[in-house]
Ligand binder design. Structure first.
Ligand code: NAP
Ligand code: ZN
Ligand code: ZN
Length: 360
């Protein structure tokens, strides 16, 4: 069940798009499909800037389909509902993350793991099956989506600071659940204190875990502990600090956006420890085998999360008041924001104020 196959793309939409591998974004007119019977249309209020937006617009992965309108941390209000939609009504606050379609019948879809469906449709930068129509993301004014791929926002969460939960939040929450790294008293390492990393610290603390941030940035130590609630901080470039923490961690969530050595991280794990990589580096990395064998250690990966789990994550965040630490920006600041994100100059997520600053 592709949610847009064969449907007319006649709704006028406006956003900002990257036109080539420079990644520079500029105003862009396009169309979205008309609201179908199972769809909702939303007016976008805020959209977070994920490092994946930067990877894709600058073609780090080699599959940029220009023009690219990025954005998969999208929040807004419902402006139209199809006749089969009971879950949402006009005026509801909703969110859309990284996925907007799947087959609904394969093994993974049956288990609410749509992201692992062979026919998963991601929010931007792919061509729809059959139609040739492209998907455009949330750096834009409106969004049309099948009801299954929208989540309801808890009333207490501010829409701007909660927007990053739709990708950053679920991408760290899902592996913590799946790999059993959500148990009170366990010791979790979080590598890379960026958009994903800082919410991983918050979820882990809400689960009652001991958390150590492993970072390349000494300037983040004070904030990691005092502002985000981490228990300790390791500077990954300091071999003495890293040696002092060998065999102390039950698990590690690695959110680093660039190639980096795995061996020092595997050494931090206790026997039976798990290193879960969610950071999307385009390069192949070396894995040291003996430390894995001798400690029966596991290296795994994880992509975003399914829709049921995304709703569960956002409800959990609502209950525990977990949101991202954000810098709200205007649409015309986006290229500067992308440059700053590329050099790690953000504490800890940019969010675009779409409703007030995206003007035609
Ligand atoms: P981000 O805000 O830029 O954070 C990444 C952090 O990694 C940086 O803050 C920095 O932390 C560290 N880092 C950057 N370059 C490094 C290097 N060369 N060596 C070591 N550490 C480095 O990015 P994000 O939005 O959190 O995304 C992180 C990664 O996850 C990206 O690759 C993104 O595409 C990917 N991602 C994957 C999924 C998934 O489904 N698996 C979903 C969303 C995003 P320190 O300053 O603390 O070292
Ligand atoms: Zn993302
Ligand atoms: Zn499927």
């Amino acid at each position: 069940m592709s949610n847009s196959q064969g449907e007319e793309h006649t709704q006028k939409a406006f956003g900002w798009a990257a036109r080539d591998t420079s990644g520079v974004l500029s105003p862009f007119h396009f169309t979205r499909r008309v609201n179908g019977d199972d769809d909702i249309t939303m007016k976008i209020l805020y959209c977070g800037i994920c490092h994946s937006d930067l990877h894709v617009t600058r073609n780090d992965f080699g599959f940029g389909l220009y023009p690219v309108v990025p954005g998969h941390e999208i929040v807004g209000v419902v402006t139209e509902v199809g006749c089969n939609v009971e879950k949402f009504k006009i005026g509801d606050k909703v969110g859309v993350g990284c996925l907007i379609g799947s087959c609904h019948s394969c093994e993974n879809c049956q288990e609410d793991l749509e992201i692992y469906c062979p026919k998963v449709e991601i929010t931007y930068n792919i061509v729809d099956d059959g139609t040739g129509k492209k998907n455009y993301g949330g750096y834009s004014d409106i969004f049309v989506v099948n009801k299954h791929f929208a989540v309801r926002f808890p009333e207490n969460l501010p829409l701007d600071a909660a927007a990053p939960l739709l990708c950053a939040g679920i991408t760290v929450y899902s592996p913590m659940k799946y790999y059993g790294l959500d148990k009170s008293g366990l010791h979790l390492g979080v590598v890379g204190l960026g958009g994903l990393g800082h919410v991983a610290v918050k979820f882990a603390k809400a689960f009652g875990m001991k958390v150590t941030v492993i970072s390349t940035s000494p300037s983040k130590k004070k904030e990691a502990i005092e502002l985000l609630g981490a228990d300790s901080f390791l500077l990954s470039k300091d071999s003495d600090q890293m040696k002092g923490a060998v065999s102390t961690m039950d698990g590690i969530i690695d959110t680093v956006s660039a190639p980096h050595p795995m061996a020092p991280l595997i050494d931090l794990l206790k026997p039976h420890g798990k290193l879960v990589v969610v950071g999307a580096s385009e390069k192949t990395v070396e894995l040291p085998i003996f430390p894995l064998l001798m400690g029966r250690k596991l290296v795994g990966g994880s992509a975003v999360g399914g829709m049921k789990e995304t709703q569960e994550m956002i409800d959990f965040a609502g209950k525990h008041n977990i949101v991202a630490n954000i810098e709200v920006i205007s649409m015309d600041y986006v290229n500067t924001a992308m440059d700053r994100l590329a050099r790690g100059d953000i504490r800890y997520r940019f969010v675009i104020d779409i409703a007030n600053t995206l003007t035609v």
